[in-house]
Design a protein around this ligand. Structure first.
Ligand SMILES: NC(=O)CCC(=O)C(=O)O
Length: 258
């Protein structure tokens, strides 16, 4: 499966412009022959959290219609990063996944809110898992800070997920943590990790870029630099079986001791 991470800059608090930019990049991913595209975290608004009452997407309705139209037009699955989603439980940081028929297959809202970027003051945590299926393969979505919680990843992998998606707005200041944690999540779970970070800056942070696709052996299949980039990599589901039979971690787990 040919996958594209849309490592883009995000216009602070300007959804109209961000939808336009995302549409351009999704078109480029389609033209490059990609079967699945991934967007970064909070790609419609950035971290303009004090203005969420004006700029959040009510019920993610605009985002769902936008992604669904594009997915259908290009026959491409879209892991829709995440957006500020105004729900009756508060504003959530929600990922929408759309298959290549334009059907919404999953909504996952970020479980672990990141205090260093004030998320807990403005956002409501999700309360569902991130498991979904595309082309008969089990996959899962996580959002940014979630990568610091290996138990959350393991839970999804034990439930069958073999491709783990991570949209993010990860600052440059901790780019070493970003790379190390993502590679570790791939190695320990013997699964693909596809992580799409934003680039550019906002009033509080400079972002790292360095979107990355990591294979189940921990090998870096593709990695972006710091600038805007359409990062493309191929994933091969057979490699997961091969590595799991070489080192049978999932057979050797001793659940009763953990
Ligand atoms: N947007 C985020 O969740 C950022 C997480 C982060 O920077 C970290 O160090 O963790």
């Amino acid at each position: 499966m040919k996958i594209a991470c849309l490592q883009i800059d995000i216009a602070f608090g300007n959804p109209d412009l961000n939808y336009e930019r995302a549409a351009d990049c999704l078109k480029k991913a389609h033209e490059a022959g990609c079967e699945l595209a991934v967007l970064p975290e909070l790609w419609t608004t950035g971290y303009d959290l004090t203005r969420l009452d004006e700029i959040a997407d009510t019920g993610a309705a605009r985002t769902k219609a936008f992604l669904s139209d594009i997915a259908k037009k290009y026959k491409m699955h879209i892991v829709g990063g995440s957006i500020a989603n105004d729900t009756n439980e508060g504003v959530k940081n929600t990922m929408v996944i759309v298959n290549h028929h334009g059907e919404i297959v999953k909504e996952y809202s970020k479980l672990h809110l990141f205090r260093l970027m004030n998320e807990e003051k403005y956002l409501t945590a999700g309360n569902t898992d991130g498991l979904f299926e595309l082309d008969g393969e089990k996959m899962a979505g996580f959002i940014c800070y979630d990568i610091r919680f290996p138990e959350w990843f393991r839970k999804h992998v034990l439930n069958g997920a073999r491709v783990l998606f991570v949209p993010a707005e990860w600052p440059l200041a901790r780019v070493d943590h970003w790379r190390t944690l993502l590679i570790a999540r791939a190695i320990e779970n013997q699964a693909y990790v596809v992580a799409c970070n934003r680039t550019g800056s906002d009033p509080n942070n400079q972002f790292a870029g360095h979107s990355i696709i990591v294979g189940p052996w921990g090998e870096v299949i593709a990695e972006a630099g710091k600038e805007e980039e359409l990062l493309i990599g191929d994933i091969n589901f057979n490699a997961i079986d091969e590595i799991r039979s070489r080192i049978p971690v999932f057979e050797d787990r001793l659940d009763s001791f953990y």
